[in-house]
Every structure is written in structure tokens, then in C-alpha cells.
Design a protein around this ligand. Sequence first.
Ligand code: C2E
Ligand code: MG
Ligand code: MG
Length: 711
Amino acid sequence: MEASVQSFWFSTPAEQGLIPCVESIGDALRFAADLGSDDLVVLDLASGHFIDCNRSAHERLGYERDHFLTLNPAAIQADGDLADDLMHDQLRVMRQQPRGSFATRHRARTGTCRDVSVSYQVLELHGRLVALVSHRDRTELDTALRESSRLGSLLQEAERLTHVGSWELNHRTGELLWSNEAYSIFNTTPELTAPSYEVFLRKVHPEDRPMVDATFQDAFRSGRPYRIEHRLLLGSGLLKVVLERGRTTLGDDGEPLSTVGTVQDISEQHEIQQRLERIAFVDPLTRLPNKAAAVRHLARLLRIAGKDHSIALINLDLDNFQSINNSLGHEIGNQVLQPSGTCLRHLMRPDDWLARVGSDEFILLRPMASADRDQALRWAEEIRRTLGNTPGMGTGLAVQPSASLGVALAPDHGLDPDTLLRCANTALMEAKQHGKNQLRFYTPEISLQLRERLELELGLARAIDREQLRLYYQPQIGRSGSRIAGAEALLRWRDRSGRMVSPNVFVPLAEKTGQIHTIGLWVIEEACRQLHEWHRQGLRPGKLAINISALQLGAEHPSLSVLLDGALRSYDLVPENLELEITETALLNDPDRAGEQLRQLAESGFSLAIDDFGTGYSSLAMLHSLPLDKLKIDRFFVDRLGNDDADLAIVKATIVMAKELGLMTLAEGVETREQLRMLQNLGCDQFQGHLMGRAMPANEFASLLRGTTDA
Ligand code: C2E
Ligand code: MG
Ligand code: MG
């Protein structure tokens, strides 16, 4: 290969003539680092001879040091014929340019040749111009260059695979360079687009543009690294999501020099993330956010609202949804849910937020300027009214089910999602306690009542196992006013603390929780056991009346008659030994079904009594169609007999009509002789009340029986 002098690098004109002065050759070697090589030679520019060298410089060319220092550059030139000319050229260049480099070809003493890159720095040493020269093997350099271009393409490949493009913006010139992958992310090519910051901004989705521009401008000014996700809106509506990262280098004057950044296409990840979000945070049926989303959103709203602003929270539960599901099937149930969701959506203001948090449960959120109870209630009332009046869209139902609502307010009732959701739910439960289509605002008292109810419920569940339930017996007296005609079995619960809990409290609760079935069965068995025991003792208490809840009457598997049958059989009794007391209200719930049950029980031989008559507005005509034996006139009327003529008239009419229908009458709650006398005069058949005896334990009742049955 022909050796040639080729200057790769020249110093700037300003540097020309500026030749550093050094004190020694050792000093001169300080400049070696700048030249970057292992092989170093010091050349006297005047004589053109080597005056010093390091070890690798002479060893690589195969000379002893002393020998090498007798040589000049021509002696190591590969091309012997041109060696002198080349050397002179090189020396001339060195004298003109104090710093530079060129390529040439060296021959070692052994005769092997190699391409060399020569760099030099001219120095002044004690008034003499010397050049510190470095020799670097070109073969190594070429390999490194080849390596670096391979790295370049590797980098490109890596960019392509990871969808990461890179770019550099020169703030002084405004020039913007995009890597191949950056072009591809921006959906263009170098031929079609000359990149600039403005061109880039035009590719950003218009909605994201102000935010992106602001982020970049801030990064350019501050030099702080940035990280931003935004959308690109490219030709023909192509939408991408990108992640941009980078940093600006500032000059000494604080002005931006350049920004180097990456742009990564994360559309796929974004889509996956959105899909995951949909699964994790969206209810598939109504397409509304779900409970997890509600908690997350509420937390966010609370953070924004702080203590100065308020959030109204409504927990809404559709009434009768369970029965719709059970009776009409889940398909219709789902069909009911969707329009309910739609209806709620229509009632929303732009800032309101709606989620479905349970099968038939929704959460509504509304940010408010201040905690305004009345405003929150007005909103809830509007929802309550609208839901119950919406036609049943495509469900075959006349109207959509109504809803019960519980309302809570932040910050008054809490500052975290958990507490607030609990408060709204407590208010909702309270609303449900009061029937359907109700609305309640949370108060701490509600919580307390609810907790008490809950404790009661738990206690009741254990009451049966722990034998805390008892039956007391209250005598029912015949027309004479002294003979015991029968007894009513009344439940007593002495709880753990020894407190007597009234059946007026726990029976309605047991009906709500369904515990009434277990308790009711215990009553039937215990009453039968006791009656059997009295019979065994030779006592004849007459019919034993048992109170039957509407739920027991409606039960199917097992039915009430099956349960009664089992108990009677166990204790050697017959249906005629028992009277079943059914409250008037129990009959009103489902008169047809109740009628059928009663007829069956009557056919079996049970006596049937209507309890608390007069409180439930049932008509005597309806009662006429039922196979009843007795009317129990409620204590309310008996109590007012002496003071109110109207009540006297009602009791009188009731007794007369009952007789017409062939029914026996019993007056409940007889407390005074006067009441007894009046009732006797009106023709009432039986009496029950404190006057004749309170409800008492079985043994006391037995003593009473022993003393009075024969009277
Ligand atoms: P009820 O069936 O109408 O029972 C009559 C209630 O009036 C009893 O209250 C009785 O103690 C009370 N009473 C009787 N005479 C008088 C009186 O002269 N003055 C006053 N002030 N009260 C009198 P108790 O035992 O507290 O029972 C309340 C209600 O609990 C019962 O009303 C009945 O509806 C229900 N209950 C009691 N035991 C059972 C049961 O075993 N099963 C079911 N399902 N309900 C029961
Ligand atoms: Mg009763
Ligand atoms: Mg009663």
C-alpha cells in the first residue's frame, strides 16, 4: 500500500504558533495523554532525528532503544523509495501545524509492514522545536471503527425492537436529529419530513399539545430530566401513545445547548394496561366503574377536596332485586340492572360519578363546595323519586324497582374512602329497616343502633344453644272469669348479661335475619314437651296457644304442618291440643297463600286464632273466608274501653260480628275488673291479662292449674 501523508485533523488558526514550552522530555510526555497512544517518540524537528522514545515504540518496530534513537522517520517508512520525500513532507507539516495527525505505513526491522496513524504535538524544549509523536496501529483502529459501526447498527436494531427512537436537538441552531426509529414512530421518513421542534409538536395529539409543550419548555429552561406520556395523532387518524424521556444540557451562561431524548412507542403496553384496567375496574354488565374503581376515585376526590370542600356519597340499593332475580330469573335481573344504571347516569351532572359496587348496589359521588346536608338530601331525593317511577324498559315489569338510599358527607362523616363508604352503607341499612323506597342521612346514632342490632343478632344466634330461651305461660280464662280455658306460650330471652330481652324486640329481628325458623321450631317443640309433661302430671291446661310468625306460615321445606306433626308425634299429642296464633298482619302479606296454609292446618285439626285483631285493618269479610276459630281483640282497644266510646263501639261490633261468623272472641291485656266486667257484658268469651295472671314459668303455671282447674 502506498504511504501517504494525510492530515485528519488540524488545529484551529488561533492555536497555530501556540507551541507549549516544556522543561524536559519527561515534561513533554505529559502531552502524551492527549495523543492517546502506547508508542511515543520525541522527534527533533530541526535534525529530523528521534531523540527519545518509550519502550513499546522501539520494541514494536523490532529495534533496541539505542539503535532506534539513531534513526529518523524515513528509516521506518515502509516505502523505501519515497521514504525521504515522505519524511520531509511530514516534517514540513509538523513545522507548520503544531498539532495534527496523519496516516502512514511503517516497516519493522524484521521487514513486516503495518498501517499506522500518527498524531503529534509540537513542543518547545530549551529553545528547540521537538514533536511528541504517537504511533497507533491502524489495524486496531479499523477494527474499533468497524466495531463501532456494528454497534451503531446494533443500536438501531435495539431501537427498532424496543420501539425506542432517539433524537437530539441543538438549541443554538434549532437543528433536530431523529434516529431511524424516531422517524418510524412519527410515521414518516427522512425524505418526507425535515424534523424540527414545531414539526414534532404538530404530531402531538391536540389535547395533549399544551401539556407536552409546557413540559419541554420547562425541561429546556431548567435542565431537569423529564418523563412524559402523551398521545400522537398522526396522518389518517393513526393514534399512538408514547413515553418521552430526556435531559437538556445547559451552557455556562445557563442557556440550553442541546437536548437528548428518547421517544418510546408504548401504544401496546397502554392498550394492555387499559384492558387490564377495564377488567379490574369496570363492571362488565353495566360498563360502569366497579367497587375497586369507586374506592380509588373517592380517594382521589378526597385528596383534591381536602378539608375545605365536600363530597356527597350515596349508597343505593335496588328494592326487591333479590325477588326479581329469584322469581323472574337472572336474565330479567340483569335486564333490570342495565336501565337502572342508565337511569342513574341520566341524573348525573358532569362532575358526578357513578359505580356499581354490588349485585344491585350503586355508589354515586358528587363534589360540593361545602358540606351541605340539605343539598345532598335533595340530590338523593331526586334519585329516589326518579328511580321508582321509571317504566320497566324491556323487562316486562311495569316499573323499574324503587331504591333505598343512604347518604354520607365528607368531611363531616370521614376523610377516607373506607369510613365514608361504611357510613353511607350504614345509612342505607337504616333506610332498608324502614321498608322500601326510603332515604336516610347518616348519623352516628344510626351506627350505634346498628351495632346494637348486630350484637343482638349475634346473641340471638347463640341463645338457643346456650339454653337462654324459655317459654312462659299466660292463662286464658273462660267466660266466668275464673276457669283456666287455656294458655298462651310466650317467649322469653334472658341474654348473657342476665337482661330480659322482650320478644317485641327480638322476634321482629329474628324474622329479618331468618332466625325465626330455628326459634319457631324450638317453641313448637318446647311447648309440646311441656304440654306432654303437664298431661303426664295429670293436669289439663286446655288448649296451648303458640304464636306463629308469618314466615313460619309461608315456609315450604319443611312446611309448618310437617314441623308441627313431628313435634306432636314425639310428645304423644294431637292437633286439637294446640291453638295457633297468627297475627292479622301476617295474613295481609299474602292472603291467598296464608289462606291455603290455614285451611290445611284447620283440616288437620288445629285451632286457629287471629292475634292482635284490630291493628291490621283486615276486613271481617276476608276473615270469613278463612277457617278461623278465635279472634283475639288487641290490648289497645281493651285498654281504652273505659275512656273512649268509639273504642267501645269497635269492640262491641267486633264481638257481634265475630259471633255472626261463628268465631270465639278473646280480649287481650285485661288489667282491671272494670274492663273484665264490660267485656263480659259485651259477650266476650275469653280473657287474658294481668288481672288473671301474667305470663309465668311452667312450674308456676302448673301450681295455678292445680288450684283453679276444678274451680
Ligand atoms: P302477643 O302474642 O299479642 O302476646 C301478648 C303480649 O301481651 C305478651 O307480651 C304479654 O305478656 C302481653 N300481655 C298480656 N297481658 C297483658 C296485660 O294485661 N297488660 C300488658 N301491658 N301486657 C300484657 P310479650 O310476651 O312481651 O310478647 C310480645 C309479643 O311477642 C307477642 O304478642 C307476640 O306477638 C310475640 N311473641 C311472643 N312469643 C312469641 C313466639 O313464641 N313466637 C312468635 N312468633 N312471636 C312471639
Ligand atoms: Mg299472641
Ligand atoms: Mg296479641
